[in-house]
Write a protein of this length. Structure first.
Lengths: 296, 496
């Protein structure tokens, strides 16, 4: 599925949650959305899923089979059959057991019972024997298991577009490893477009060949991530405030008295990597920073 | 700590999302409170005269004291709806360096000192001024008020004990039934020194400042405080260390619904919503009991034999449950609406499932009302007219709530009283749902002297609306979709 974001703006009061002039995600792209808290990752997902009204602009989608071409998500519901998403707990009907919930979703997407069971088999290692056939309501599961149920519910009908908000949250290390593998394989084998957001740079870099760096609703960078090449760039960006703070601290430190027996003061870096440094990422306020694939 | 907890309790009520997003609910509660106060004051002034006229051989305060138990029963009923339990408030303090028992003590103390406990003074003060002052002066009045206050505070603790136990298991409903039922039985007992007599003597003791009367009241209060404290502590410990088995014993599949496709799936969801969540379950049960109660009343009593009341009760009978449930249409779904909205037309199927379930439930009064039909109080035509006007017109009105409701309702935590979820539109539609069909029938009756004509017209309107349900449900769905962003924002903001 192709997703085109066109002149998309959303504000909550005075806070800008989305400010994207143009951004296109192509068929089979796997994009990781990274950014600090309040960057607008979840808002962008909600706007794509038509769960939130944009102040301006729109999101259009085109399906692989050609049934939808540049259709605005606000104007039709047809794209929903091709989409699977898990943003938060409000996607789960928590008074059902996981089996009931998957059966319910299966029927919503026109899947037969056998097809649902077969699909769930695929996720058995991810469930780790804690979810299926347990006769337990979703609300009584741990956060980690709820997360697993949510992720699988989004992938159940093999959607052409998969959107997962913070899929690694609450998962134990083994499950994180499994889900990384599952997502990469899903994208590779089905050619589905996959969008995930995460605070965990390592996981995102490991899984996503394309990474969008989002701050204050603006896509600052659209990074091609070949063999983890984006890691350095992202590390530099996210470390910048720490380095700036350290530099400022070093500058403020009083000079050492000249006493030979004492060790020398650490040298204040001459050119600390602050946001002003041209080597460091652009500040969110910089409108030039808004990126599109053409800028790559 | 007492001061901090008091402030936090106030903020907790004030900043509850439902309270913040619902100005109408807030003003409705103020209005209801004022109405209740006015009622109490009115009775405070009226009762002395009524008592003097009805029982000239006794002083009015003796009669009131004899019936003090009725005040406690009413007080219990009011508290049951609104009061918060200390145990549910203690969890946030569990890991702080304060003792749990101190926090519980603070909550219990604040419950005791709550100004709500003074609400009965709106009745007792004018009553006391009119009946006690001339005999006992200010001292007598103060003793009377102080004594009642002690007993009302004690009643508050008793009410908290009952509610805590009922929250644990419904079987504990036997405690208030025995205690308060015992009060009524004790008052009506044929022997001389029954509970009424005890009340009269006790009240007289307060007025006369007899130490024994106050000691007894303080002893009851202290005993109930201690009992309540022990119980709350146990519940808190149980809650914190809960390793409950959350597995269901039996998972019902309702396989017969498979044949109805997507709507069948949503019907299954509706049934599970009503059976697996505390708030909808209680609401459904209450509606069902009311429904059966009215059918039985219509069948076996002469209370509702005039034309207006007969029609009203017949329609009320069919629609009470539907109105209760549908006035909150989509509010429970607000908990998981984002998930539903990310699937095509799922809301339309959900609305259809809700409609069919409510229609199916209407078969219950249809069966129960066979009794008044057999007894000749209602004929078959009346019954079917009421049935179809409900499934058609009343439900048509109530389904409009799906478009306008935008607050999420907690599925398992009852938030009442100060945190009411009602809004003016909801109230208006409920009134419309109940009264409009009756007004139409009465108007038709006035126009056509032959009563049968109006019933036939009502039946025709009902059938027309019922048959047209796919149209108006789609219209509701389309309007819901138009308002979806506003509604979803509201549901998100009020989600617990």
């Amino acid at each position: 599925m192709i997703i085109s974001i066109n002149n998309l703006h959303k504000k909550f009061g005075s806070v800008v949650a989305a400010n994207i002039d143009s951004y296109v995600i192509g068929h089979g792209d796997m994009v990781g959305l990274v950014g600090n808290n309040g960057a607008g990752k979840t808002t962008l997902f909600r706007l794509i899923l038509d769960l939130l009204k944009a102040d301006e602009g729109n999101v259009t989608v085109s399906t692989q089979d050609g049934t939808l071409t540049d259709a605005a998500v606000t104007s039709t519901e047809d794209w929903k059959r091709h989409t699977g998403a898990f943003i938060d707990e409000s996607f789960l009907i928590d008074y059902l057991t996981p089996d009931e919930y998957f059966a319910f979703l299966g029927r919503m997407y026109g899947m037969k019972k056998e097809a649902v069971s077969e699909r769930l088999e695929h996720f058995r290692p991810f469930f780790n024997g804690e979810i299926l056939g347990e006769k337990k309501l979703i609300r009584d599961y741990s956060m980690g298991n709820k997360q697993k149920i949510g992720i699988v519910s989004a992938m159940l009908h093999s959607p052409e577009l998969l959107i997962l908000d913070e899929p690694f949250n609450f998962l134990d290390p083994s499950s994180q490893a499994i889900i990384k593998h599952l997502l990469a394989a899903y994208n590779r084998e089905t050619g589905a477009t996959v969008l995930i957001s995460s605070h965990n740079l390592d996981h995102t870099v490991e899984v996503c060949p394309r990474i969008a760096l989002l701050e204050h609703g603006v896509i600052l960078r659209d990074i091609s991530n070949v063999n983890g090449s984006a890691k350095t760039e992202l590390d530099t960006y996210f470390d910048a405030p720490v380095q700036a703070a350290e530099a400022a601290e070093a500058t403020d430190r009083p000079e050492c008295p000249e006493k030979p027996e004492k060790p020398e003061c650490p040298e204040t870096p001459e050119n600390p990597e602050t946001p002003e440094n041209p080597e460091t990422p652009e500040s969110p306020e910089n409108p030039e920073a808004s990126a599109s694939p053409e800028n790559l | 700590m007492l001061k901090d907890i008091r402030r936090q309790r106030k903020l907790s009520a004030k900043r509850h999302p439902m309270y913040q997003n619902n100005k109408f609910g807030k003003y409705f509660m103020y209005f209801f409170g004022l109405f209740w106060v006015a009622y109490l004051v009115l009775f405070g002034f009226l009762l002395p005269t009524i008592f003097r006229e009805e029982m000239p051989g006794m002083e009015p305060y003796h009669i009131l004291n004899k019936g003090m138990w009725i005040i406690f029963i009413l007080d219990f009923a009011l508290r049951f709806m609104a009061q918060k339990l200390p145990a549910s408030e203690v969890k946030p303090y569990a890991v702080l360096p304060v003792r749990k028992r101190d926090v519980i003590d603070c909550h219990l103390l604040l419950n005791g000192l709550d100004t709500y406990n003074l609400i009965w003074f709106f009745l007792l003060l004018p009553f006391g001024c009119m009946t006690l002052w001339k005999f006992f002066g200010l001292a007598g009045l103060l003793g009377f008020l102080l004594g009642y206050w002690l007993l009302i505070v004690a009643n508050g603790y008793l009410s908290a004990i009952c509610r805590t136990l009922i929250n644990e298991h419904i079987v504990w409903v036997v405690v208030p039934v025995l205690v308060y039922g015992g009060m009524i039985a004790g008052m009506l007992a044929p022997w001389k020194h029954n509970l009424g007599w005890i009340g009269m003597e006790w009240g007289e003791g307060f007025i006369q400042w007899e130490p024994l009367a106050f000691l007894a009241a303080i002893a009851v209060l202290a005993l109930l405080f201690v009992l309540c404290r022990v119980l709350q502590l146990k519940i808190v410990d149980k809650e914190i260390a809960r390793t409950k088995s959350t597995k269901l014993k039996h998972v019902r599949e309702y396989k017969f619904l498979d044949r109805f496709g997507e709507i069948g799936e949503f019907l299954r969801l509706e049934i599970k919503l009503l059976t697996r969540n505390k708030v909808p379950k209680v609401q459904f049960r209450t509606g069902l009991i009311l429904m059966i109660m009215f059918s039985v009343m219509l069948a076996f009593s002469d209370v509702y034999d005039d034309n207006f009341m007969r029609y009203f009760i017949a329609i009320y009978n069919f629609s009470v449950l539907g109105v209760m449930v549908l006035s909150q249409c989509m509010m429970f779904e607000g908990n998981y609406l984002d998930g539903l909205m990310s699937r095509k037309e799922s809301i339309l199927s959900l609305l259809k499932a809700k409609y069919y379930l409510q229609c199916a439930i209407c078969l219950v009064p249809l069966i129960v009302m066979i009794a008044p039909v057999i007894k000749g109080k209602l004929d078959v035509l009346d019954m079917f007219a009421a049935f179809f006007i409900t499934t058609g017109f009343v439900f048509f009105i109530m389904f409009q709530m799906a478009v306008y409701n935008k607050s999420t309702m907690n599925l398992n935590e009852r938030v009442m009283g100060r945190n009411s979820t009602s809004n003016w539109f909801q109230t208006l539609l409920i009134m419309g749902g109940f009264f409009l069909p009756v007004i139409v029938i009465m108007a038709l009756n006035a126009i056509f002297p032959d009563g049968r004509v109006s019933v036939w017209i009502t039946l025709a309107i009902g059938i027309a609306f019922t048959l047209a349900h796919p149209l108006w449900l789609r219209n509701v769905y389309k309007r819901f979709m138009k308002r979806r962003y506003t509604n979803m924002a509201g549901f998100r903001a009020s989600r617990p």
